[in-house]
Design a protein around this ligand. Structure first.
Ligand code: C5P
Length: 228
């Protein structure tokens, strides 16, 4: 299992400070660049993080028509990131178009599909998708697998069953991690590291419990020890 840290701080300086502070672990951890950082700090930020030796997960959750998604994916691959994500609900054709477009790259980034956001509770999810979370997340995962994607973003509570219907190498990346039972805040389907391990998760994403901690490095050290 790998640790991916969400760089969601309110300034580029704060994110870079954290990345520099954790540089000795750059081979062991991934950094997640999301909407906030990418919109504000653009591709120069990615370049700076890559220079420090980190693997980068660009979390932009693409959702559009197939051609537009394929075009955007090609540009993302040119940025040199190692992984990015798209919405499974964009459909199999759109996901297939993304993979097809990336096939021209010698080394392409991993592509994951978002199933159900971990901030959804059952009631809100049902209003939008007309189904319970687990059933839909599994349907989306199967669709992504058939479209040739590398894995999915899901909650810890769907990871094991998704692997059963796809394959053990189909990646599961799970946000909503509260490593040692910290405050859930806006997340609804949270889990600890131990629970992620039991559910065969490949990547855990941790944001606020690290970047809002008094001593982020200590928290990272503790997490790395626990995930070994
Ligand atoms: O601070 P916290 O640990 O809750 O951060 C979780 C990160 O994972 C955020 O950057 C959020 O955008 C992202 N994420 C999520 N649920 C998903 C996909 C991404 O929470 N399904």
């Amino acid at each position: 299992m790998k640790l991916c840290i969400a760089l969601d701080s309110k300034s580029k300086e704060e994110n870079l400070k954290l990345a520099k502070e954790l540089k000795e672990y750059s081979k062991d951890i991934w950094l997640k660049v999301g909407f906030r950082s990418y919109i504000r700090d653009c591709k120069e930020f990615i370049i700076e993080l890559k220079k420090m030796g980190y693997n980068i997960f660009l979390d932009l959750k693409l959702y559009d028509i197939p051609n537009t998604m394929a075009d955007a994916s090609e540009e993302i691959a040119k940025l040199g990131v190692d992984m990015f994500n798209i919405h499974a609900s964009a459909g199999k054709k759109a996901m297939g178009a993304v993979i097809e477009r990336l096939s021209k790259f010698k080394k392409r980034p991993l592509v994951l599909a978002v199933t159900a956001l971990t901030s959804f509770d059952e009631e809100e999810f049902k209003k939008i998708y007309g189904s319970d979370i687990k059933t839909k997340a599994k349907e989306f995962a199967l669709l992504s697998y058939e479209a040739g994607l590398d894995g999915v973003v899901c909650s810890v509570w769907e990871s094991k069953e998704i692997k059963e219907i796809t394959g053990k190498d189909f990646i599961t990346l799970t946000p909503g991690i509260r490593p040692f039972k910290e405050e859930a805040e806006d997340q609804k389907r949270v889990a600890t590291i131990q629970e992620a391990k039991e559910n065969l998760v490949d990547f855990i994403v941790v944001g606020r419990p690290i970047y809002k901690a008094k001593n982020p490095k200590e928290v990272v050290k503790k997490i790395l020890k626990e995930i070994q």
